[in-house]
Design a protein around this ligand. Structure first.
Ligand code: NAD
Length: 458
């Protein structure tokens, strides 16, 4: 084999890619990351981070405007300053971006700026430089998809990229798709005071979640004043006198802006995958095994480009698995069922493992335990009592199969049942964990007790 410039070259410096590089460097591999835009990728620059900064303000604004007196605060006026909001969003991103750059220096990872392509036999081309790699990790991510006939123009018909980076707020928005992107932006725009119509083709919001979660979100969204159209068929859209007219099977929706949030497609075209012998499926998703190995020896792939849950933390974990495999230090393979899913709508949604329906489909005799936040002291103190925690267990063995939380700070609560699943724990063990009082985490413990019908505070 030819002399290598690096032991590991990672194509794409998003959360998955830079984490893979750090793990490879920790394992004494000489490592480089090739990045065409900015280290941190979608998650840091146009995804998870800036959108959560937006939601932080919208939640605060909404609460102050609607409920300040209930909380004992008197103020004559609560007004928005979108410029300041945008500046704070950008400052949060920049602080973290500097952090990632520092991590690359600390771990002696070379960052090669430019668009990399695979040339076969471990070669990566970036501009006029050819790099010889011992192993390659493809971590090129994904991009928003649109629908046929609905081209993004960045102004009237927008993707989450445009919505995230906007410097103004539309007065009315129609959103197609009630997955994570759709429901997070529906929350944001509505809390900021916009008119929001949310259009979903399937018969429930967040269709990948447990059905009871979908029902609870629909109720909460209707209370918030979001016009939810489920089971709706989109027939087209046109721009008419500066407004978007969205045609549905049963009528029209008019709005200042249309956000199309119907999923993301892999960035796998034009990077030389065919040349390197890397197989992709009919959607362009790179096929990998549980160690993130592609069909081509010496090439691994991780993150959104391999499909699965398309979540930053899943990508990062896959990066760790790939780097350890490359270094001959396998620990545990990637297991999709252990990936926590988090959606930062209001109320928040988080889950891990099987839904109740999936557990039944797999032949489990299911026992589910549920505890409502209305019976949780901390939720009452927060003034946020919508939702519940639900644990799904096997009725015969007691094994925890899944956890589903909808409610305030659900995304912070899911770590505990996820750990219990990693430890292959039983529901009763989660119930025996001594939860601090008063905290929202008590709802997890109570839901675990409810599996055996012995919840204490309901
Ligand atoms: P998604 O696949 O999660 O949801 C898309 C939704 O659009 C689905 O509910 C689907 O039924 C619906 N849809 C598709 N075609 C439609 C049509 N013609 N008319 C009406 N509805 C239609 O995709 P997304 O929300 O765009 O998110 C993309 C990826 O990014 C997902 O994997 C998501 O999990 C991830 N993401 C995660 C977070 C988070 O974890 N907080 C936030 C944003 C995005």
């Amino acid at each position: 084999m030819a002399d290598t410039d690096f032991d590991v070259v990672v194509l794409g410096g998003g959360t998955g890619g830079y984490t893979a590089a750090i793990r490879a460097a920790q394992l004494d591999r000489r490592t480089a990351v090739v990045e065409a835009a900015k280290l941190g990728g979608t998650c840091l620059h146009i995804g998870c981070i800036p959108t959560k900064a937006l939601l932080e303000t919208s939640g605060l604004y909404h609460k102050l405007r609607e409920r300040r007196e209930e909380f004992g605060i008197r103020a004559a006026d609560v007004a928005l300053d979108y410029e300041r909001l945008a500046a704070r969003r950008d400052a949060v991103v920049n602080q973290l971006w500097k952090g990632v750059q520092g991590l690359m220096r600390k771990n002696r990872i070379e960052v090669v700026q430019g668009c990399g392509t695979l040339e076969g036999d471990g070669r990566v081309r970036v501009g006029d430089r050819t790099i010889q790699a011992g192993a390659i990790i493809v971590a090129t991510g994904s991009s928003p998809r649109s629908l046929p006939g609905l081209e993004f123009d960045g102004e009237r018909i927008v993707s989450s990229d445009h919505a995230t980076l906007a410097r103004t707020l539309p007065a009315s928005v129609a959103i197609i798709g009630a997955g994570a992107v759709g429901v997070e932006f529906a929350t944001f725009y509505r809390q900021m005071g916009a008119e929001v119509t949310l259009v979903e083709a399937l018969d429930r919001l967040v269709p990948l979640e447990d059905e009871e979660v979908s029902r609870a979100l629909l109720q909460a969204f209707q209370r918030l004043g979001i016009d939810c159209r489920i089971g709706a068929r989109v027939e087209g859209a046109r721009v008419e006198r500066g407004r978007v007219v969205l045609q549905l099977a049963g009528g029209e929706v008019r709005a200042e802006q249309l956000l199309v949030a119907v999923g993301r497609g892999p960035n796998s075209a034009g990077i030389g995958l065919e040349r390197a012998g890397v197989e992709v499926d009919e959607r362009g998703v790179v096929r990998v095994d549980e160690w993130m190995r592609t069909s081509a020896p010496g090439v691994w792939a991780i993150g959104d480009v391999v499909g699965g849950f398309q979540l930053a933390h899943a990508a990062a974990h896959e990066g760790v698995v790939a780097a350890e495999d490359i270094a001959g230090r396998r620990v545990v393979p990637m297991e999709q069922e252990l990936v926590t899913r988090c959606t930062y709508s209001t109320p928040e949604i988080a889950s891990v493992g099987l839904t109740e329906a999936q557990a039944r489909d797999r032949g489990h005799e299911v026992r589910a335990g549920k505890f409502p936040f209305v019976a949780n002291a901390r939720a009452i103190i927060h003034g946020e009592t919508a939702g519940f925690a639900k644990l799904v267990a096997d009725a015969r063995t007691g094994q925890l199969l899944g956890a589903h939380v909808i409610g305030v700070q659900a995304t912070e609560l899911i770590g505990e049942p996820a750990l219990a699943r990693l430890f292959q724990g039983d529901a009763w063990e989660v119930g025996r964990n001594i939860h601090p009082h008063p905290t929202l985490s008590e709802a997890i413990g109570e839901a675990a007790l409810a599996v055996d019908g012995v919840a204490l505070n309901v």
